[in-house]
Design a protein around this ligand. Structure first.
Ligand code: 4AD
Ligand code: MG
Length: 429
């Protein structure tokens, strides 16, 4: 079957396009039908007296987004957006769409979100989800090329790993409550003892009562876990990973980035090494900018934006206070009030895109952390076992796919970086 994206190979030939009416115009004796088929857009031109009469009879009946089968002869046309046009020879409706709700005028975000199932068809939304799809492929390629084994971690879990306040719970037969996974990390840790280097990639759930441009209730996370890596090795891997993804997007997604009007010069700067600062230094930066934050507090969205403004590239913020991080993080060797971790903050105010750390590998210290964080030893017996049978230093990280895609695409909110976002006030459509 012919696809619009292949037009260049069919110049002078008659082709058949199965698609949808994206737009239409008439000018004197000429009609323009702009058709899309999922691979691209092309304009079919009908001139009175040359094209079949039905192309003119049908003009008023065919509403935007009608599904149609159009035949025409491909012509080179330098002025057309894709470089090609069609001389229309036939047009047949498959289904006539009437009063398509999304028109060419500006709509508010609430309206568009309510019509997300239709909004997906528009040009920018297509570009974003095409980039997302490409990024998903390159994530898998990166880990495969670097010797990682994919471990699909469970979505139904018995315990919390990233705090107990944001869990989605469901009844699990007569075994009590099950929770939708906030992370697959603890299971990945088990798998490093079998495979050394592992990763997962799947949906993650957080019942976060936050209504920000960076939070979803359901998001996709890619997590890596590496045996015998310390915090610095972990950071070096993330640097390589992020640069690889960005460079690949720049090389392969130029058309979509153009549709999104993305300033790619900012992305071109994303090459190693990335700047690295400590939590202490980040607090100093914020104090100099007159932020009210005190040492020991976690960063909010505005703090992260302010930190990122001091750097052109993504910046690692290392060694946070232990009290604001997860129980599994390894204690800093000189300052026990800190942990060996790093968050990667994206430039241009896109906030934290990666959270990572070295893990506590010592049985007694891990057990003490669990008690300090109020976690029950019984629930985590299997996780503690990993520190009993051949424990090793190890590290890992997790990247939120939607935050990464929002940054790459230069869109202000993560809700457009996922096909059907789940947010505090939205689970429809
Ligand atoms: O920093 P987080 O909570 O780290 C973890 O879950 C670790 N277990 C990862 C690991 O070391 N294996 O989440 C990791 C990333 C964040 O940096 C952010 O990009 C994204 O996941 N994220 C969210 N994205 C959208 N909506 C939310 N509610 C998110 N919460 C986290
Ligand atoms: Mg985090």
């Amino acid at each position: 079957m012919f696809h619009i994206s292949d037009a260049k190979n069919f110049v002078g030939e008659e082709v058949e396009i199965r698609g949808w009416l994206y737009n239409k115009r008439s000018k004197g004796k000429i009609l323009f039908y702009i058709i899309r088929d999922g691979t691209g857009y092309i304009q079919a031109v009908a001139v009175k007296g040359e094209a079949p009469d039905k192309a003119f009879e049908m003009y008023d009946q065919l509403g935007l987004e009608s599904s149609i089968i159009v035949k025409g002869i491909v012509r080179e046309e330098p002025r057309a957006p894709g470089g090609y046009e069609l001389t229309l020879t036939d047009i047949k409706p498959v289904h006539k769409s009437v009063d398509y709700p999304i028109t060419k005028k500006e709509h508010g975000t609430a309206f568009l979100m309510e019509h997300r199932h239709l909004w997906l068809r528009s040009k920018k939304q297509r570009a974003i989800l095409r980039i997302r799809s490409f990024v998903e492929k390159k994530i898998v390629d990166f880990f495969y090329e670097n010797g990682f084994v994919r471990i699909d971690t469970p979505i139904l879990t018995a315990t919390a790993a990233e705090g107990t306040t944001n869990l989605f719970a469901t009844e699990y037969f007569n075994l009590g409550k099950a929770y939708l996974a906030q992370t697959g990390q603890l299971y990945l840790e088990a798998a490093i003892f079998a495979h050394g280097l592992v990763y997962n990639f799947g949906p993650t759930f957080r019942a976060e009562k936050s209504k920000t441009r960076r939070h979803l209730m359901e998001f996709w996370m890619i997590e890596a876990e590496e045996a015998f890596y310390d915090n610095d090795d972990n950071i070096a891997l993330q640097e390589k990973f992020i640069s690889y993804l960005i460079q690949n997007v720049l090389e392969n997604c130029g058309d979509d980035l153009k549709i999104l009007e993305r300033d790619t010069s900012l992305l071109e700067k994303v090459v190693p090494p990335f700047p690295k600062i400590t939590y202490d230094e980040a607090i100093e930066i914020l104090s100099r900018k007159n932020f009210k934050i005190r040492w020991g507090e976690d960063f909010g969205g505005d703090d992260e934006t302010a930190i990122s403004e001091s750097f052109e590239k993504p910046v690692f913020v290392m060694n946070y206070p232990r009290d604001i991080k997860a129980f599994y993080m390894k204690e800093h060797s000189e300052r026990p009030e800190l942990v060996k971790c790093a968050d990667l903050i994206a430039p241009e105010g896109y906030g934290e895109i990666i959270g990572g750390s070295q893990r506590e590998e010592d049985y007694d210290k891990l057990l003490k952390n669990m008690k300090d964080f109020g976690l029950s030893e019984d629930d985590y017996g299997w996780y503690l076992d990993l520190r009993k049978y051949g424990s090793v230093p190890h590290s890992g990280f997790g990247m939120g796919l939607e935050r990464f895609v929002a940054w790459v695409c230069g869109i202000p909110h993560v809700r457009e970086a996922i096909p059907f976002p789940r947010m505090l006030y939205r689970i429809y459509p």
